[in-house]
Write a protein that binds this ligand. Sequence first.
Ligand code: ADP
Length: 461
Amino acid sequence: MIEFLRDFQNMSMYLAYNTNVDAIIYLNEKHIQTLIKEFGAENVKKRMQEYPREINEPLDFVARLIHALKTGKPQSVPLMSYEVDKWFNSRFEHGVERIGGQVGIIANLLANLDFKKVIAYSPLLGKKQAEMFVRRDNLLYPVVENGKLILKKPLEAYKEDDPVKINRIFEFRAGMRFNLGNEVIEVPYSGRFIVACRSEEFARVETSSNFKPYLPEIGEMVDGAILSGYQGIRNHYTDGKNANYYLRKAKEDIKLLKKKKDVKIHVEFASIQDRDLRKKVIFNIFPLADSVGMDEAEIAHILSVLGYRDLSDRIFTYNRIEDTILGAKILLDELNLEVLQIHTIYYLMYITHRDNPLSEGDLLKSLEVGTTLAATRALLGDIKRPEDVKVGLNIPFNEKGEYVKLRLEEALSKMRTREYKIVITPTRIVKNPVSTVGLGDTISAGAFASYLSLLMRKGAY
Ligand code: ADP
């Protein structure tokens, strides 16, 4: 681990496209009673019966919130209009604000691990967003000034008018009481109600036209790129653009990054509900990537749209390691990836073709970096400096690990795996994690960065 931390200090990484702010709001009875008074109990009840699936105006929010409070069930509802944001800001104060989005999470992680340079790009960079990045000299945002590429600290690069994507997490406690007309409601369970911002401003996953010509320069400057956020693309946009348009642009970006130097690209996949869109992202983006990371549910989703329904169902239902390996082989081959990384709660897996320059032992070390970082983050909530990783190293590999390894041996003896390298490490699991947000991203960033450092040590990259 220590050797890797040392290597990281000489490594640079480019990250695009998604950042946001996660705001936690601690709800109290007064908040709720004020909302009911403002909109009128009868109107709220009526809208609750209509059960809006998305939030287009404040009353939709109030209705779904009261519904969630009444049942005590955690829920997430998409907010479709940025206009409503102003309303939220005028009514609620944020208790805690954290950076979100894969780029946001990974940028702060790598910068705190003392990477040489972390270049984090998102098409929009409003002030509040810029403030959420850690303030370190190695974390930079690309801007073009007078026809030249300049890397600036986010706080010197933000644009005052850029909207900021805020996902609001309303925390509520069991036992809170309020009146809805003549009905008295007591919240049965503690939980959270999430308003996830899905407004169109944030669905334009692309590189700005003035920065785009400099992507070859960026590719030459860094040791790797981690791309994510494709799940934010929509099928249709109000100006007539569509997913095909944005995916064509996304492909151009990858080709440009690789133009001067064949820089390795990792794509971090996140679940996409819409099947057509999921399929498009897989077929357009994966073949251009060198490395892809995902969790077990996501590999099942992907296999399902690739036509392997039975296998997909089996992974969902039984979580058997041999099914995951079979699925991983299919993905690696059909999309011709260099390396595929899968994280699950009990183990992490790499699969590569036999000709991969790294040995099984090397690959194992790289996975261990991933789980050690995740365990550190789970325990501390955040990784603030390289030394923090010591606490992760003290967290034992989970007890199911030995069993998982046995199952792997068994699976490998039965399957045709001679053309592959497949390695698995048990995860280090923290019993009472401070937070589990972003653990998957942490695993993938750590695994990919250490994979690159091993390739470089071997002179194979
Ligand atoms: P997210 O999208 O929130 O990052 P993922 O499902 O992609 O979540 O990844 C979560 C991963 O984090 C799991 O596969 C597991 O390896 C790891 N993980 C989850 N809980 C813990 C924990 N308590 N301690 C250590 N690692 C954990």
